[in-house]
Design a protein around this ligand. Structure first.
Ligand code: F0G
Length: 419
């Protein structure tokens, strides 16, 4: 396994094409990046990563959004709706309350379709176009399906999404529907949807755009690049820790890859690599279990449940990339209850930041780790909030206050106000 933080330069294999190649993280087998369709290694079925002959330095990037980082991506341009360049909010009251030196919220809900998935899709859908496929597919807890539907339509391709019946928030289904995806509701959870869609992809029915697809994670890498650049500008130092919600562990893997590439070019000293800290809901916490037990592999949870439906996932497919990321950066993983998630959603709302439940898990996790002393008071922390409040209007309404009926006259309204 080659996933460690090191300044060593990799050898360039003959398969490198246009400066990039695919490499298996398990056996090291290499493949030309855009010749054939493959999602995992032909030899051992291990996960693949995109590698580059020349990695850019942080000072070389120009422009705004995901494509600012084109030199660190497998293509020069994508199918775009101007994703990325999301806000990194200050939250002074929450920072004070949790008790850290600095706390910033990287709100990925401010992307075009309201989640970080857009960063992956702008790259993944462009790769699909390069490969000449005409039907795109994903399994989804909702956000991936919304992003795939939007970017697929924009790219002029057919989209197919498999969703766990009854477990996807209303806003996300509405998006997939309006953007023209064919939506199939499976009588099973997300993990079984992913099993099925992988089968469909293997049989050539569609091109798979779940985070198993290594090109999608290249786009999601840019979250890490934006956070690191902003902290360097604002504090003269990179963040000590990045806390994020974990489902399939795609973002955890993508952030770790961003760090490894910056270490390789000499922009990020090893001792300054941010600690990757993953947060899961108690009812769906296989990654936390693996970290706590120091296990090499994640055990699949067949029964998962949480109000944070976006991360209601029992088989995090990117675990082989993400576990080394958490361990090598001296990070950790923690599980939080649904009540803690809702409280954190309210905390963020009080600062004017509207997020869906899964997103609030990062703040809930940080609070817990600060309370037990894992996070110290001198840390500068970035928390990732992954999806917008309007994605899950039912959860927001349940966490907020109820509207009050009043009569149709000023006196009646005043009476109610002064009650
Ligand atoms: N937060 C939100 C809002 C998500 O939608 C997801 C994943 C995650 C966190 C977890 O991210 O997989 O990179 O660890 N949603 C996928 C979907 C599974 O289908 O929309 P991860």
């Amino acid at each position: 396994m080659s996933l460690s933080l090191s300044a060593d330069q990799p050898e360039h294999p003959p398969e490198a094409d246009d400066g990039a190649w695919l490499e298996c993280i398990e056996c090291g087998e290499t493949f030309a990046p855009l010749e054939d369709i493959r999602y995992t290694c032909d030899e051992c079925d291990g996960l693949l990563e995109v590698r580059y002959t020349d990695l850019p330095s942080l000072d070389e990037f120009e422009g705004r959004g995901v494509w600012r980082y084109a030199d660190a991506l497998p293509l020069d341009s994508g199918v775009t709706t101007q994703e990325g360049a999301t806000p990194l909010y200050e939250v002074p009251r929450l920072e004070d309350d949790i008790g850290v030196e600095a706390l910033r919220i990287k709100h990925e809900g401010m992307n075009p379709t309201g989640s970080f998935k857009d960063r992956g899709m702008t790259v993944g859908v462009a790769v699909a176009k390069e490969l000449g496929v005409d039907r795109l597919a994903c399994a989804s807890t909702g956000n991936t399906s919304a992003a795939l539907a939007a970017y697929g339509s924009r790219g002029g391709m057919e989209t197919l999404v498999l969703l766990p019946a009854g477990k996807v928030a209303a806003g996300k289904i509405a998006q997939a529907s309006l953007h023209g995806a064919r939506i199939l509701e499976v009588d099973g959870n997300f993990d079984s949807c992913l099993d099925i869609v992988q089968e469909l992809a293997a049989r050539g029915e569609a091109y798979l755009l779940n985070s198993l697809n290594p090109f999608r994670l290249e786009g999601q890498k840019t979250i890490g690049l934006e956070i690191l650049e902003a902290f360097r500008d604002d504090y003269g130092a990179f963040p000590d820790r990045i806390v994020l919600p974990v489902g399939n562990a795609g973002n955890t893997s993508a952030l770790y890859k961003a760090f490894r590439e910056l270490v390789q070019v000499g922009d990020l000293p090893l001792e300054e690599v941010p600690k990757l800290t993953g947060v899961q809901a108690e009812g769906a916490a296989p990654m936390v279990e693996a970290i706590e037990n120091d296990a090499d592999e994640v055990r699949r949870w067949d029964d998962v449940e949480t109000r944070a439906t976006a991360i209601r996932i029992g088989n995090p497919v990117n675990a082989p990339k993400a576990l080394p990321g958490i361990r090598e950066t001296d990070g950790t993983a923690v599980a939080v209850s649904d009540e803690e998630i809702t409280d954190a959603q309210r905390d963020l709302a009080e600062e004017g930041i509207g997020v869906e439940p899964a997103s609030a898990a990062s703040i809930a996790g940080l609070r817990k780790l600060r309370a037990d002393g894992t996070v110290s008071d001198d840390e500068r922390v970035a928390c990732l909030t992954t999806g917008h409040l309007l994605k899950d209007p039912d959860a927001a309404a349940a966490a907020g206050s109820d509207p009050q009926p009043v009569p149709n006259d000023t006196e009646g309204v005043l009476e109610r106000l002064h009650e």
